[in-house]
Design a protein around this ligand. Structure first.
Ligand code: HEB
Length: 724
């Protein structure tokens, strides 16, 4: 994927500068990039690895913080005066752009981490001038320090803004810890901001992307690729908001509710006035960008999107005016002072109904973007918009709930939601678990249950695969999935191809029998715990068979979910199209190569390069491939936990050749020519990539046999506990 190796930044000049180190992907674009497994090192965090943000936040007086933000909203600052005397709308846009990068397909993006403060997001054209919104909040951040992350503050500011302007929000949860460096995320194939080259021939948006253009949060306000076509815009919006987990009703509520507030900014032609984005601005601008040299450079001279005007007659109040304007007025195309296509009422008497944000006595027409008109001209959106206008309370609640979901979607399970304003109700998108099913087992039960599991006759590979399948559904990006809940026993997970439904059903039936026998007694065990315990028992046996005595640490306490608690459609998004740890690859549905998908999965499992390496080697030794395939099982004793994978991979007596089957390789004895092994690229990459080979060597040392077993068990347990 050579295009991905160019800097995402606007000009890509870095590589021609003297003294700039080039990474290997610059010279050899096809070389596997391991950097996703090395980001967010604890040493990047000035508070260190042991800082517990949730604890710090929970000591905060949330009401006091909110009061401070509320006061700040109407204290206009000379260096960036507030439109209509209230920063509320501006902050809402900041919040929405912070959360709105979330995309369901890989769970990346979203408000967690506070990524908007770092490039590339910091400098995305769509985030224009939001550098000022965050800078306005600095006094609050400075006051509360480590107890209030930027990530939480950016969401909270939007909530306080809504409340200040008369809207009743659904709730707020803190708990988003800050990142200290940009996430490594694939934001699209384009090498220029605002370019769009991410649709296939049928117009389908490339997976896993959510936005239609590089540098935009969702869609182009002026219409698809700039064409003022409201119906076409509706199609874009439906895909883009769908990939943010929003249905039609939520989408209408969000856009209408959001554009009830504030205005757009396009007072002058950007080319004549605007300086570079923060990422490219000069050092004396101190992190700010988009310096505007026209007029005052702010207030009535502000340029952000290039569109200009407010949607409603009362842009700092919660009203239903957006909907009534949209539906009741006829709209004609016009251009903003900056030259962008937008729409104003055909009725000229309506051109003097909106007060100006800064100039006293000046009156303006309300405006709509092409994307706003999508809500009027798409028949489905229109029905919803009409219903909302006729039922204001329904509209209010729909916006409140959609806003809450938008801003909290990537926080993971309910226990991550903290603070005095967390709603009592657990919502379906939080993937609830039935608390009543939580295991109450003690250490001696753990021992006896392991014995009962091994007596079922289930094999080591069967138990390992199902435990892995259960836990490895986890993705760190939005903290969904994982072993807790035992959703592997429920639709859709039980039917995923990667989980080999027949085998999973067989193993779960046998474990279910162990569970029901045990639960006749005084204590109870959840299926989720038993699945993980099954993996532990199997690994202990496999280690013993290889001559090592190990205990796989186990922490009980998982619970089970019911089918009713499981949003099947939303869980389908977690389906793995590739799992290198089980040597599984679905070529049709995977959007990258098997080895790249391995790195992506390892990243989602929060693994380091050594952890990923030892897990792959161990899984092969355990014979835990999908459907028992022999690729990479470089051992004469499959099903035992030994380092043969590494020893044999690095053994020079084998020569490797491509096999007839796509993606398969065969290893032959260099002298006799006899066929010894078969492998996939996921296996061979550990011998071919120089950085992975360095780790593979470690696990092949004569002196590393015990280390291999210990490290494997450690990494395995980490995966089992990722969601806890
Ligand atoms: Fe929005 C603003 C577009 C959605 C909220 N937006 C805005 C603008 C534009 C837009 C262009 C202007 C900017 C400047 O400043 O210039 N949006 C858009 C689109 C979409 C949207 C295309 C999709 C369809 N929004 C949205 C949502 C929300 C919002 C969802 C929330 C919820 N916005 C907003 C606000 C504002 C805006 C609040 C205003 C800001 C101020 O005032 O500053």
């Amino acid at each position: 994927n050579p295009q991905m190796t160019k800097p995402a930044g606007a000009k890509g000049q870095g590589s021609t500068q003297i003294g700039v180190a080039r990474n290997n992907q610059f010279w050899w674009p096809d070389q596997l990039d391991l950097s996703p497994l090395r980001d967010h090192d604890a040493r990047s965090n000035p508070y260190g690895a042991n800082f517990n943000y949730a604890e710090a936040f929970s000591k905060l007086n949330l009401a006091a913080v909110k009061k401070d933000i509320d006061t700040l909203l109407t204290q206009s600052q000379d260096w960036w005066p507030a439109d209509f005397g209230n920063y509320g709308p501006f902050f809402i846009r900041m919040t929405w752009h912070s959360a709105g990068t979330y995309r369901t397909l890989d769970g990346r993006g979203g408000a967690d981490g506070g990524q908007q403060r770092f490039d590339p997001l910091n400098s995305w054209p769509d985030n224009g001038n939001l550098d000022k919104a965050r800078r306005l909040l600095w006094p609050i951040k400075q006051k509360y320090g480590e107890a209030l992350s930027w990530a939480d503050l950016m969401v909270l500011a939007g909530n306080v803004a809504l409340e200040n302007m008369g809207f009743q929000t659904y709730g707020f949860a803190g708990g988003r810890a800050d990142d200290w460096e940009p996430d490594v995320v694939y934001w699209g194939p384009e090498v220029e901001m605002l370019a769009s080259d991410r649709e296939d021939a049928d117009g389908k948006l490339q997976r896993p992307l959510g936005a239609t253009h590089m540098g935009l949060i969702y869609v182009n306000p002026e219409g698809p690729k700039g064409v003022p076509d409201p119906v076409g815009s509706a199609k874009n919006i439906r895909v883009a908001f769908g990939r943010m987990a929003m249905n039609d009703e939520e989408t209408v509520a969000l856009i209408a509710g959001g554009h009830t507030f504030g205005k757009m900014h396009g007072a002058h032609k950007p080319a004549d006035c605007m300086g570079a984005e923060p990422g490219a601005a000069s050092i004396e601008e101190q992190g700010l960008g988009w310096k505007n040299k026209c007029g005052k450079g702010h207030s009535e001279d502000t340029i952000t999107s290039g569109l200009e005007g407010a949607w409603t007659q009362a842009p700092t109040r919660w009203t239903t005016l957006y909907l009534s304007n949209l539906l009741n007025f006829d709209w004609k195309q016009t251009r903003s002072p900056a030259g962008a296509i937008q729409w104003i009422p055909t009725d000229e008497s309506l051109h003097t109904v909106v007060p100006d944000a800064h100039v006293k006595g000046k009156l303006n027409p309300p405006v709509m973007t092409t994307a706003d008109l999508a809500l009027k001209f798409d028949p489905e959106y229109r029905k919803i918009a009409e219903r909302f206008l006729a039922n204001p309370e329904e509209y209010r609640l729909a916006f409140a709930k959609a806003w809450y979901k938008l801003t909290h979607r990537d926080m993971g399970p309910p226990r991550n939601f903290i603070g005095a304003e967390v709603p009592k109700e657990v919502l379906i998108w939080q993937d609830p678990i039935d608390e009543k099913t939580q295991s109450t087992i003690n250490n001696s039960d753990v021992k006896s249950l392991k014995a009962s599991i091994m007596k079922t006759g289930l094999t080591v590979p069967e138990l390992v695969r199902v435990a892995w399948a259960s836990a490895a559904s986890y993705r760190d990006s939005d903290m969904r999935g994982g072993a807790n809940g035992a959703r592997i026993a429920l639709a859709p997970q039980k039917d995923w191809a990667v989980n080999n439904p027949a085998e999973t059903a067989k193993v779960l039936a046998a474990l279910g029998k162990v569970q029901s026998d045990f639960n006749k007694g005084r204590r109870k065990v959840s299926l989720a715990d038993l699945i993980v315990l099954g993996g532990a028992a199997a690994i202990e046996k496999a280690a013993k068979d290889a001559g090592y005595n190990v205990t796989v640490p186990f922490t009980p306490g998982r619970g089970d979910a019911t089918q009713e608690m499981t949003d099947v459609e939303s869980f389908d998004l977690l389906e793995l199209t590739a799992d290198g740890f089980r040597n599984y690859f679905d070529a049709k549905n995977s959007y990258r190569s098997p080895t790249e998908m391995l790195i992506d999965k390892a990243d989602q499992l929060d693994l380091s390069v050594p952890e990923m390496t030892v897990l792959v080697g161990g899984m092969r030794a355990l014979d835990a491939n999908f459907q028992g395939a022999k690729h990479g099982v470089f051992t004469s004793k499959p099903g035992t936990l030994n380092n043969d994978f590494f020893v044999n991979l690095l053994d020079m007596s084998t020569v490797w050749k491509k096999a007839a089957d796509e993606g398969v390789y065969e290893g032959f004895d260099r002298k006799t020519g006899a066929k010894k092994w078969s492998a996939t690229s996921v296996d061979l990459i550990f011998g071919s990539n120089s950085e992975l080979r360095a780790i593979a060597e470690v696990y092949a040392y004569d002196t590393s046999k015990q280390k291999f077993v210990d490290d494997f068990v450690k990494a395995w347990v980490k995966v089992m506990n990722l969601d806890r």
